[in-house]
Write a protein that binds this ligand. Sequence first.
Ligand code: ADP
Length: 686
Amino acid sequence: MRHNQGVRVEKGYRRRASQGGVILFMVLMAAFLPFTAYGQPRTVRVGVYQNEPKIFMDKNSNASGIFIELLNEIAAQEGWTLVYVRCDWAGCLQALEEGKIDLMPDVAYSEERDGLYDFHQTPVIESWSRVYSSSSTPITKISDLNGKRIAVLRGSIQQAVFEQLMQGFGYEVTIVPADSFEKVFALAAEGSADAAISNHLFGDYSHEKFGLLKTTFDFNPVALYFATANGRNHDLLEAIDRNLNNWIPESSSTYYTTLGKWAGKETNYRVPQYIFWIIGGIISLLVIAAGIIFLLRQQVKVRTQHLEQANAGLQESQQRYQTLARISPVGIFQTDIKGTTTYVNPKWCAISGLTVAQALGDGWLEAVHPDDRERLSKGWHESAQHGQASYSDYRFVRPDGTLAWVMGQAVPEMSPDGQIIGYVGTITDITERKQAEEKISKLNAELELRVQERTLQLEVANKDLESFSYSVSHDLRAPLRAVSGFAEIIARRHRASLNEEGQHYMDNIVQASERMGHLIDDLLKYARLGRSSVRQEPVSLASLMHEISKNMQPRLNEIHGTLNIAEDLPSVMGDLTLLRQIFNNLLENAVKYHKADYPPNVTVACQTEGRYIVVSVADTGIGIPTEYQEKIFNIFQRLHSEDEYPGTGIGLATVKKSVELLGGRVWVESKTGEGSKFSVKLTRAV
Ligand code: ADP
């Protein structure tokens, strides 16, 4: 039956309803009392287990203890015959359920038990659990319990409550269960447990015997009752309540004498009700607090795990960064936001020749070459001011006086929220490269000087040669004209007076003087180039080509050659005399250098390239070997003997010089045995 208000009312009602009847009955029966007691004997079977001093069998197998003595008094009052049945705690409860015993003393009320047993209303005594420690492991505060081995009564309410409390505090304890309080205390006494838990009645009564210390850690206050099986023996419960209610208000009653006897100094085992509620309240608060602490601890644990993981990751990346910085083939440095150096790696020191201590702050700047210092310092501080990356080549003067060229660069280092927190940079040793560059630039400079000198010498020599050629040609021209003129007259008018040999010599003189005349004419033309000013006026290429082709026609007819001139030839800017010389020479060569058994086929075409025009003269002649395609523009450069192809080797040199005087360019594309194409790039007349 549930030990609640409803039940109490029902019981109270039952008692009140029968109260008048009971008095009458008692008066009537008083005279027959002996008869009644013996006539209706009430045998009550009572379970006894070992829980000194509350209830136990002594050495002589006599039931003893607080509950037994009180029950004996009640039985005497009620006329019951008590039969004590020895059992262990669990066995006793089972016997009660099975009806093998009628009454079980020392049962703590709980919701669960309320469903199994019936309880009377007035508690016999209140009890609470207490921790008793072994003398070698004193427990003075609750945290001392953490990590300890605690002996408890197996399956007891105090075990469940204690475990819950420890879990709430986040403590880890090892529970060492035993089947009786005697064994529980024995475990702590022999060192198999660091502390033992029992109700305070047993503990306070027995701890000295086991050499254990009483601690201040009390918990789980409970009220203790007699219990009957569900729905049975209510008369026993009512009688117990009645007797207790009679005793408790009387300080000299059996109740207090019994308790005093078993508890020594502690005569009053009844805790005032308000203490009970306060302790209960405190315990509840402790349990709630323990729950909150447990949750908080869980959260802290999870966060700690996250932090530990993040920390491990950070340490790993720091380690990696440090290793990289240590083995890096370039110097690494770090600065604060103002650009003051806070870190340099070993390679940095090796390159600069400075120690870490010398490098830190602005110390490194002292080692920079005086010629580079101001530029570098200015550039660096400007970049730092504007939060920009900086790049610079500069020199360190090492303590031993040697120079180290470095390529330095630094970039801002950002915090996760995008703020500049400093700079990270590298220096790369480029001394060897700089030295090589210096050597090369010297050598260039030297070569350039030599080329200039040689060019100057050549120009002077050229000028000399040109003036010499000019004066020689000029001086030779008149006598040569006389020689060739007279030779022609003799050969023509007086031919009949000469014998055959004389005629042959005279023909040779005429031919040689003609060739000499051509040579001198060509030389004079070449030497004159650039002496007079060059005109820049529109010249019709169509008209020019027409004129030249007309002059060449007899020769072409003679050798069955053809000359095709494009119809759309435009006008170009230039000097007619020079242009005539250019295209005359190119067309003459194109006709002259034809293959022996193949008459010349010459084409003049043009192609516009923006404001320029490229005029080409292509033939189907003998072609020019690749290695000579540039050289043939040099004066006197010839590829054939005079007998094969007569010439002076001045024509193409004259073409080149004339084209360049007009601001143009000339080149040749050719393949031996297939033909040549000479191209001249000139400016178009608008
Ligand atoms: P040359 O008076 O010998 O023709 P040039 O200066 O005009 O002198 O030409 C130089 C040399 O270039 C020639 O001797 C010849 O070997 C070669 N040459 C010039 N034009 C042609 C061409 N159209 N085809 C093949 N070879 C040529």
